[in-house]
Design a protein around this ligand. Structure first.
Ligand code: GLV
Ligand code: GLV
Length: 330
């Protein structure tokens, strides 16, 4: 029975668009014919279209743009697209669903790591960490210390506004309590249990923007959250407030954000995500001193990336061995 079963599933072909860490490849090799891009870099489009031919499963990630062309190139065998990420906006979910292709992601395992990075952006933005580091490195400190050198804003005791109280938003709230912050949140659905456990307060979005010193975004990107933060919303914020975004760039209208920073409507931003990634050196955000900018590294720790590879691989294994589909997003 078991032998028969293993033979059945081992015929399935899996393509992994970029090198993922162990234990992902070992798990997949046990059950499938696996072909993995040996490099972690993004594939050019033609190679991607060629390599997905006739696969039964695809493991893909940020930047891959898995649209109808990729699904057509794979052909009718493709049954599951397993994202090596929690966000899945790089997959055309509508097209996948139309073709009865299951799409999965890697929730849970990266939430604490991303909440840590969110906090590092809050602290870096408030205290000029990156600008100050640069100042020391290029020798400017040699001109001496002064009492107004890199004045910033207190994080402790300030008000944090969390937009989207999902897994990551909740873990950011938990950390904020350690900094004696007052925590407000806005979410599509009120989360009464978390409110009382963490002593945080639900407010409408407009009020959150008016009252917060740090506004941190933790919603997923969808029709309702596209450009949720635009000029009209930024105008509600305090001039001394910061926006932190570790979710998806398109939740903010980036042109509006750039004008707001130029016009000093807010004090600054800490960003890990952008409307179009990667951003180029000519993006005005890179020329401003009020911006702390990271290259989309929210989940980038050795431990978490291994756990994500394990979950992404097991999502494919569980699908084919009939154990039930976990982490399905469509
Ligand atoms: C990264 O942004 C992810 O969605 O996992
Ligand atoms: C969660 O992030 C929500 O908006 O309910």
């Amino acid at each position: 029975m078991i032998t028969y079963f293993m033979e059945t599933i081992s015929k399935n072909k899996v393509y992994v668009t970029r090198k993922i860490p162990e234990p992902g490849p070992s798990i997949l090799k046990k059950y499938f014919q696996i072909n993995m891009n040996p490099k972690a870099d993004i594939l050019d489009r033609d190679t991607l279209l060629e390599n997905v031919k006739n696969v039964d499963a695809l493991i893909c990630m940020l930047g891959d743009n898995v649209d109808s062309n990729v699904m057509d190139a794979a052909g009718p065998n493709l049954k599951i697209i397993s994202c090596y990420s929690v966000g899945h906006d790089h997959v055309d979910i509508y097209e996948a669903t139309k073709r009865k292709i299951i799409v999965t992601n890697t929730p849970n395992v990266l939430a604490n790591t991303t909440a840590d990075l969110t906090f590092s952006l809050i602290l870096s933005a408030a205290r000029n960490i990156v600008n100050a580091d640069r100042h020391v490195r290029i020798g400017n400190w040699e001109s001496g210390w002064s009492p107004d050198l890199f004045l910033g804003y207190d994080v402790y005791g300030s008000t944090l506004g969390i937009i989207g109280l999902g897994e990551i938003g909740t873990l950011v709230a938990r950390r904020a309590k350690g900094f004696d912050m007052k925590v407000l949140y806005y979410s599509k659905n009120r989360k009464y249990e978390i409110e009382s456990e963490l002593d945080i307060t639900y407010v409408p979005l407009e009020e959150l923007l008016q009252r917060s010193d740090f506004v941190s975004i933790h919603v997923s990107l969808n029709r309702d959250t596209l450009h949720l933060i635009d000029e009209s919303k930024i105008k509600l914020m305090k001039k001394t407030a910061f926006i932190i975004n570790t979710s998806r760039g398109k939740v903010i209208n980036e042109q509006d954000l750039i004008s707001a920073l130029k016009n000093k409507l807010i004090a600054g931003v800490g960003l890990d995500v952008y409307e179009n990634e990667p951003i180029s050196k000519s993006n005005p955000l890179t020329q401003m001193s009020q911006t702390t900018l990271l290259p989309h590294i929210g989940s980038a720790t050795f431990m978490t990336r291994s756990r994500m590879a394990e979950v992404a691989a097991n999502n494919v294994v569980n699908f084919f061995n009939g154990k039930g589909i976990l982490h399905k997003v469509n």
